[in-house]
Design a protein around this ligand. Structure first.
Ligand SMILES: NC(=O)c1ccc[n+]([C@@H]2O[C@H](COP(=O)([O-])OP(=O)(O)OC[C@H]3O[C@@H](n4cnc5c(N)ncnc54)[C@H](OP(=O)(O)O)[C@@H]3O)[C@@H](O)[C@H]2O)c1
Length: 252
């Protein structure tokens, strides 16, 4: 069946779990061939089988995008294997919460390395290919940044995660202005809490301290965010959805 993304190629970072895995499936369901980028190859291989069962191609790309050479290599592998690049979903991210006072600074380094530097490396390497695709007959290409409601406001105990996601928002707006005239659409998708592995990396003492705040918090499902991303990248070329903020019902 031909649909909006038939004949296009998407690259999704952080495709081995959560929002990234569901996004890869949603884009494949819309017709895209998909490059699946993350570090856990076994997860990517299993997902690739599911993508192929939808009738599109999948390329497994084992890469740590915090390493610039690997990020560049990931984009190159995708283009070499699948022939072009129309859509990049910068989704890989980590959320290591806790107060600034006494924080293990290596957690900050990890968030900055992945949520900011990894996203920058992938975007920089992908941009020439996206501009080339956008100059073709389809007349559009997409960069989606998976930010967060944590990129819209700040909360105690989330400072460095807030810093990275606010930074993603600023970078997205600046990039949008640079490439808007050349038909590359830049979009920010900002979910509230989603039921994924993201919370499992938080230190137990931080989780314990926040237990009452977290308890009963309504959650989105990863597929809800994937639906939003698929919506953004399947609009007609004349339509640009620059920002989508999603909250679970019941979240104040
Ligand atoms: N869950 C939420 O509540 C929520 C809310 C708002 C925004 N977000 C954002 O959504 C995005 C996806 O998170 P998620 O909730 O789906 O969490 P998740 O299930 O933990 O997914 C994170 C993904 O990032 C990948 N990753 C981690 N380090 C990497 C590295 N160095 N290089 C390449 N890939 C790496 C992981 O794969 P490997 O370990 O296999 O590399 C995994 O596929 C993040 O940017 C997060 O900030 C999440």
């Amino acid at each position: 069946m031909t649909s909006r993304l038939t004949g296009t190629v998407a690259l999704v970072t952080g495709a081995s779990s959560g929002i990234g895995a569901e996004t890869a499936l949603a884009l494949a369901a819309a017709g895209a061939d998909v490059a699946l980028v993350a570090r856990r190859r076994d997860r990517l291989e299993a997902l690739a089988d599911r993508v192929r069962s939808l009738g599109t191609k999948a390329e497994v790309v084992e890469a740590d995008v915090t390493d610039r050479a690997q990020a560049v290599g990931a984009v190159q592998q995708a283009v070499t294997a699948l022939g072009r690049l129309d859509t990049v979903v910068n989704n890989a991210g980590v959320m290591l919460l806790g107060p600034v006072e006494g924080a293990p600074v290596e957690e900050w380094d990890r968030m900055i390395a992945l949520n900011l530097q990894g996203l920058l490396y992938v975007t920089h390497a992908a941009l020439p290919h996206l501009l080339e695709a956008a100059a073709g007959s389809r007349a559009t290409a997409d960069v989606v940044m998976v930010s967060s409601i944590a990129g819209r406001s700040a909360q105690a105990g989330m400072g460095v995660y807030n810093l990275t996601k606010h930074g993603v928002g600023a970078f997205a707006e600046s990039l949008r202005q640079e490439v808007a005239g050349r038909h590359v659409r830049v979009s920010l998708v900002e979910p509230g809490p989603v039921a994924t592995e993201l919370f499992t990396h938080i230190r137990p003492e931080v989780l314990e301290a926040g237990r009452s705040a977290f308890a009963g918090t309504p959650l989105l499902q990863a597929g809800d965010v994937a639906d939003a991303i698929a919506f953004v990248v399947t609009r007609p070329a004349r339509v640009v959805v620059n920002e989508v903020l999603l909250r679970p019902d019941g979240l104040a």
